[in-house]
Write a protein that binds this ligand. Structure first.
Ligand SMILES: [Zn+2]
Length: 382
């Protein structure tokens, strides 16, 4: 049995970014190097021209969504940078602790609108174009915002850490829409619904910057949580899985029927032992599903090169995919503002004569660079 791959946060310091080739130290130099990288022919003998081995697999992280208004982790306005005490919820807490779930859902209830309104940015649309040009084999993303799926539904995308657009029942694994769930949360928590409305009106939720939020009336405690004076988050309510509620499943551990109970308004109550809904994301401390892990590895193996966009590879699950590509001798590209975990090793053997075909490393914003890469590649095609 292969070891399950657990999602764990990495808090170590990142090195300063490398620049490969040296000419990639400007936007124009980065664009030129990325064009060489993406359009390079396979160096392996006997490869059919235009085969998957000449295509690039992308690995994207939070950095690609910053231009959509979402916070990354380690950037200038990143979650970990602005809020030193920020601690994400761990899977085990969510699984076993009703109080932790109330806190999670109260936070998520306020945050959802911002994510739901956010849209793919020029970097995501450039990925679509690169796919249309036949240069990409697939996309692996660490992001849970579904922007890739929106921007390029026909280019295969593996969501390594799941997706926020759905909920999954921890007991029966049924999935439900997050948008509908948001309406249920409003109904179950009227004081919060009123508060959310006023925060939307004040513009406090247009930013993820804690200081700007405070100025607009959204006060958070040191952990980043909001507490309403007349409705603390310890009173926050969330619904039960409708499937488990109608037809309680048999518990595999005891062989007995599960207990799923709700209060008069339909909120899950703690006398239940099943029917808890979780966002369909891989939380920290949770293992990535074996099928997803395998699909990601197959995506690496099927491609000829890998380009990382907007990730510092801090998460082990992402870093090890690049390491896998490196061990297979695939050229590696990294387009990320700031350093990336263990990157020296990925570029150690790239010869000085390289102009991008054998590796590229630049520290630029993807939404500023990629549209020009695409424009130039389209021009060359004509
Ligand atoms: Zn269920």
């Amino acid at each position: 049995m292969p070891k399950p791959l657990m999602r764990i946060p990495y808090t170590g310091r990142m090195p300063d970014p490398l620049i490969v080739p040296r000419s990639a130290n400007t936007p124009a130099g980065s664009i030129a190097a990325l064009i060489d990288f993406l359009s390079a022919k396979s160096s392996r003998t006997g490869e059919r021209h235009g085969s998957a081995q000449e295509q690039t697999v992308l690995l994207t992280g939070a950095g690609i969504s910053v231009a959509s208004g979402l916070a990354d982790y380690r950037g200038t306005n990143g979650t970990y940078t602005l809020n030193k005490t920020y601690r994400p919820i761990y899977y085990n807490e969510f699984l076993s602790n009703h109080e932790a779930r109330k806190r999670y859902w109260a936070r998520s209830y306020l945050g959802w609108t911002n994510l739901n309104r956010a849209k793919p940015n020029p970097a995501h649309w450039a990925v679509k174009d690169l796919g249309d040009l036949g240069l990409l084999s697939s996309v692996i993303t660490q992001n849970v915002d579904s922007f890739h799926n929106h921007a390029h539904p026909s280019l295969p995308t593996i969501e390594l850490h799941g997706y926020l657009r759905s909920l999954v029942c921890l007991t029966c694994r049924s999935e439900y829409s997050r948008a509908a769930f948001q309406r249920q949360l409003s109904d179950l928590n009227p004081a919060w619904a009123k508060f959310l409305e006023s925060m939307l009106a004040s513009g406090a939720l247009d930013t993820e910057h804690p200081e700007e939020r405070r100025k607009k009336g959204l006060k958070t405690n040191p952990d980043g949580d909001v507490d309403l004076p007349d409705a603390p988050y310890s009173t926050f309510r969330y619904p039960a899985c409708p499937t488990c509620l109608t037809d309680p499943p048999t518990m595999t551990s005891t062989g007995e029927k599960a207990t799923v109970e709700i209060d008069a308004d339909g909120a899950w109550v703690s006398t239940s032992n099943a029917g808890v809904l979780k966002p369909a994301v891989i939380m920290f401390g949770e293992s990535i599903g074996a099928e997803v892990k395998q699909a990601a590895e197959e995506s690496i193996d099927a491609a000829g090169r890998i380009l990382v966009i907007g990730s510092s590879l801090a998460t082990y699950s992402a870093w090890r995919l690049v390491k896998r590509a490196h061990e297979r001798g695939m050229p590696i590209g990294i387009l990320n503002l700031g350093g990336a975990r263990g990157e020296e090793a990925f570029f150690a053997k790239v010869p000085a004569s390289n102009t991008g075909q054998l590796g590229v490393r630049c520290s630029q914003s993807a939404d500023k660079i990629l549209p020009d890469v695409v424009k130039s590649l389209y021009r060359d095609q004509r």
